[in-house]
Design a protein around this ligand. Structure first.
Ligand SMILES: Nc1nc2c(ncn2[C@@H]2O[C@H](COP(=O)(O)OP(=O)(O)O)[C@@H](O)[C@H]2O)c(=O)[nH]1
Ligand SMILES: [Mg+2]
Length: 443
């Protein structure tokens, strides 16, 4: 899906990651690559400029939290800015205690009938009793098409043979299925008007007859940024409305259609990614952009960034610099070391872990132990963490039992903590500052 956009993003990211250093020149180059990619996906120029300016400004100005490489920070910025452009995904929330009428509109060929099959399937899977009304009385073969799709998924279809009045069909269909206690009644329409106004008029007519609880505009993703006009007209006219964008599989302009629709303030609820009945996805911008950027990796990066941001909590650093150290601070030190990935490099600068009392051969062993230290510290009560002096033998026993380690491991942790604390006290936090500096140097 959206292969070109994905390729463009990934090439830009790979180039950035591959460059020896990150300076304004590399940032500018990166932004230019992104710009080119977005434009070739038919994203509107104004949107492209806005997103690129924001990425550049943030990439130049924002400093990553200690421990997060600058490159990763920039990828994260790209991710955040693209998610922002796509707005919030819509969530369809249909009460089960009544018949919800959903009206589907959109110009002919945009994918309404296909999407109705997909949407029905999606809702049936969620446990709704779904039924469909064939109110496209305009296009020959439309009713048969809908019936074929729906018979495959066991969804009943209401139609009236040789009836040309779509409003009448829609109205009778809704009455028919209300009596049968359908949870969801979906109305298919013709959308024979190409221009926005005609389409909306048609919608209003049927809408007046069936009083839908929800209306979807189906937009063909291959029209790119031209989606803006239809989406905004619809968004302004329909109070209960959402957007479905189809044909994002292989649509070179799909990115443009998504951005344009989102720019109107309308919410995109679903995207169509193929012709088959299962090719519908709830639109979730974070997941969507994550996939575009090709990641697995991105998820890991975002989590890492989040952890590191919490590590660089100002208050905590200040407190440590003043020579105080709670068990939570100690945990934070341990976590920071772990997140650095290269324990060997910074071991020396961490109080209590200096070469003197920790020979390098033991590094693996320490790393192994850290897992348990974390668990032990988490097994402490908040008061114990603030004041580890409270930890008498009874409490030590409890923590050991709670974490499934021998008591001597808890005692070992306490020794380590005391060492760190005395070094902290003696150096008034200088040691910690050194560690932070070391972290920054690694970016
Ligand atoms: N590749 C692809 N084709 C689609 C998708 N959705 C619809 N189509 C195709 O688009 C054409 C028009 O779809 P249809 O549902 O009849 O549009 P309608 O006139 O709005 O009801 C059909 O050939 C569908 O198979 C999609 O997500 N991906
Ligand atoms: Mg149709």
């Amino acid at each position: 899906m959206l292969d070109k956009l994905r390729e463009g993003f990934q090439n830009a990211v790979n180039k950035l990651i591959g460059s020896a250093s990150i300076d304004e020149k590399e940032i500018k180059e990166f932004v230019k690559d992104i710009q080119r990619t977005l434009l070739s996906s038919d994203v509107d120029v104004r949107i492209v400029l806005e997103i690129c300016q924001r990425i550049e400004k943030r990439a130049v100005e924002e400093r990553p939290p200690p421990g997060l490489p600058r490159k990763d920070q920039i990828v994260k910025i790209l991710y955040e800015e693209f998610v922002r452009i796509l707005g919030e995904g819509g969530k369809l929330d249909l009460p089960t205690n009544r018949s919800n009428v959903i009206l589907i509109v959109g110009i002919q060929g945009s994918g309404k009938t296909t999407t109705i099959g997909k949407l029905s399937r999606h809702l049936v899977k969620k446990g709704y009793r779904v039924s469909v009304i064939a109110a496209d009385t305009f296009r020959p073969g439309a009713v048969t098409q809908l019936k074929t799709i729906c018979s495959d998924i066991n969804v009943p279809v209401f139609s009236i043979d040789d009836e040309k009045n779509s409003v009448k069909v829609a109205k009778m269909g809704v009455e028919h299925f209300r009596v049968q206690n359908s949870n969801v009644i979906i109305v298919d329409t013709a959308g024979r008007h190409k221009e926005e106004k005609g389409l909306l008029d048609e919608m209003k007519q049927i809408s007046g007859a069936v009083r839908p609880d929800f209306a979807f505009l189906v937009l063909d993703g291959t029209i790119g940024k031209a989606a803006f006009g239809q989406a905004s007209a619809f968004h302004n006219a329909v109070p209960v409305g959402g957007i479905i964008i189809t044909k994002l599989d292989g649509a070179a302009k799909g990115g443009g259609a998504l951005a344009a629709a989102a720019a109107t303030g309308a919410k995109i609820f679903f995207i169509g990614t193929g012709e088959r009945v299962d090719d519908l996805e709830a639109f979730n911008p974070t997941r969507f952009v994550g996939r575009l950027l090709g990641m697995g990796d991105l998820q890991a990066l975002l989590e890492r960034a989040k952890e590191l941001e919490s590590v660089a909590d100002d208050k905590q650093i200040k407190r440590m610099m003043s020579g105080k150290l709670t068990m939570n601070d100690f945990l934070l030190q341990i976590e920071s070391v772990k997140k650095m990935g290269s324990l060997r490099k910074i071991l020396e600068s961490l109080p209590g872990f200096s070469q003197a009392n920790m020979p390098t051969e033991n590094i693996e062993e320490i790393e192994g132990k850290m897992k348990y230290w974390r668990a032990m510290i988490q097994a402490m009560t908040p008061t114990e963490r603030d004041d580890p002096e409270l930890l008498n033998s009874q409490r030590i026993k409890r923590i050991a039992r709670g974490t499934g380690v021998p008591e001597r491991e808890v005692k070992d942790l306490l020794t380590r903590y005391k060492q760190a604390k005395s070094v902290m006290k003696a150096s008034k936090g200088r040691q910690f500052r050194a560690m932070m500096k070391q972290m920054n140097r690694q970016q």
